[in-house]
Design a protein around this ligand. Structure first.
Ligand SMILES: NC(=O)c1ccc[n+]([C@@H]2O[C@H](COP(=O)([O-])OP(=O)(O)OC[C@H]3O[C@@H](n4cnc5c(N)ncnc54)[C@H](O)[C@@H]3O)[C@@H](O)[C@H]2O)c1
Length: 350
């Protein structure tokens, strides 16, 4: 079979308007922003989620743009019934974001992590290949590159994949399977390697350092920083990621592409920025890392995304942190006066 996309290969950019986009994990943190963005762009969108981490109230924005209850499918990507919607609805683009997305949880339960991120991903890709899906877009983490020396940053897409954590390994396996489906089944794909995504609506106890710090400071709790806080990550605001995915839906597959700021920001810098944005001036407590082998520094080079998708990050770190802190404050206030489920029902019925 002739292949439209080689591993890491590139189709020429086009302006394809997708008719139907299915977003797996669409009720999660990144997924809900993607769904809202796609709805605003006038696409037909369906969400597939098992609500293990996602929340129906995350879809309120999308509901205001016309997403209805019948567009939200409850199902598990690891089962044949879960991915049945791909066969039945025949989307032309599948944005695959359903995942076990927590690095610490993957350390605690790597079998579950592999089950969702490897087996679940293969199950989704198989359904896509059988249903004639035009394009698959998925998200993986910079953890696939493992430890990289500071002088070799930012990392380009051609860097060897060398994960050192269960989460990095399962993400890398999903990426490799996507490559294989590209070769063997002609599935066109864009595999986005994301920096550390932050912004409004994160979930759970491992929801990302910016939100954890904001919630702790606003809630009057002391922030714990592991190690010396000089470790760095590449932070990217969630609306920038949603935009990258929405833009990619309108192109053919571009293979692997970094979506990140290209800048290293240390945990200490994150803390200073969140402290300033929240107006709460508590000292953090420093503790030794509870696990060995933590990646020390990371930044991703996103020039390929600019070249092939015309995408570049728009939201600076300080502005993004301010918006995240504002959202954290609003959530804390709103939790006392308004049920979010009621808000979704109200949004859908108007
Ligand atoms: N948030 C980040 O900083 C970041 C960075 C790099 C990559 N990623 C990747 O981006 C994707 C989305 O991440 P996120 O931060 O939105 O995570 P999230 O946990 O908020 O969203 C994942 C969604 O998948 C759903 N899900 C989990 N298991 C499922 C299953 N078996 N069947 C159906 N649905 C299931 C959850 O309910 C949730 O709504 C993931 O692949 C994640 O690994 C995230």
């Amino acid at each position: 079979m002739d292949l439209p996309v080689a591993a890491g290969g590139v189709d020429p950019p086009t302006n394809l308007m997708p008719r139907r986009v299915l977003v797996t994990g669409g009720a999660g943190f990144i997924g809900s922003h993607v769904v809202a963005r796609l709805m605003l762009m006038g696409n037909q969108v369906r969400v597939l989620d098992n609500f293990s981490a996602g929340r129906i109230e995350n879809l309120v924005d999308a509901a205001y743009s016309g997403l209805t209850e019948s567009d939200v499918v409850s199902g598990d990507i690891r089962t044949p019934e879960g991915v049945e919607v791909i066969h039945r609805w025949q989307p032309d683009v599948v944005v695959h974001l359903a995942a076990q997305s927590s690095v610490p949880a993957a350390r605690r339960s790597h079998l579950y992590d592999a089950d969702v991120n490897v087996f679940g991903t293969v199950n989704v890709l198989d359904a896509c290949a059988r249903s004639g899906v035009r394009l698959v877009i998925n998200a993986v983490s910079g953890a696939i590159f493992g430890s990289v020396a500071a002088h070799e940053l930012p990392v380009g897409e051609d860097r060897p994949i060398a994960p050192v954590s269960p989460y990095g390994i399962s993400m890398a396996a999903g990426l490799r399977y996507l490559d294989w489906y590209g070769h063997q089944h002609g599935l066109s794909y864009t595999s986005m390697v994301l920096g550390n995504v932050y912004g409004p609506r994160p979930q759970g106890s491992d929801c990302g350092v910016v939100s954890l710090m904001a919630d702790a400071l606003l809630g009057g709790r002391q922030v714990v920083i592991y190690d010396d806080g000089a470790q760095t990550r590449d932070f990217i605001y969630v609306s920038d990621v949603a935009e990258a995915i929405a833009v990619a839906c309108h192109h053919n597959g571009v293979g692997m592409v970094n979506i990140a700021s290209g800048r290293q920001t240390s945990v200490n810098e994150v803390y200073d920025t969140v402290r300033e944005a929240s107006g709460v001036d508590n000292a953090a407590r420093y503790e030794p890392l509870p696990w060995p082998g933590e990646v020390r520094t990371m930044a991703l080079d996103s020039r390929k995304a600019r070249e092939l998708l015309g995408w570049y990050p728009k939201v600076g770190f300080t502005a993004g942190v301010r918006m995240t802190v504002r959202d954290a404050r609003r959530r804390q206030d709103a939790s006392q006066i308004l049920s979010p489920v009621w808000a979704l029902e109200r949004a859908i019925s108007h």
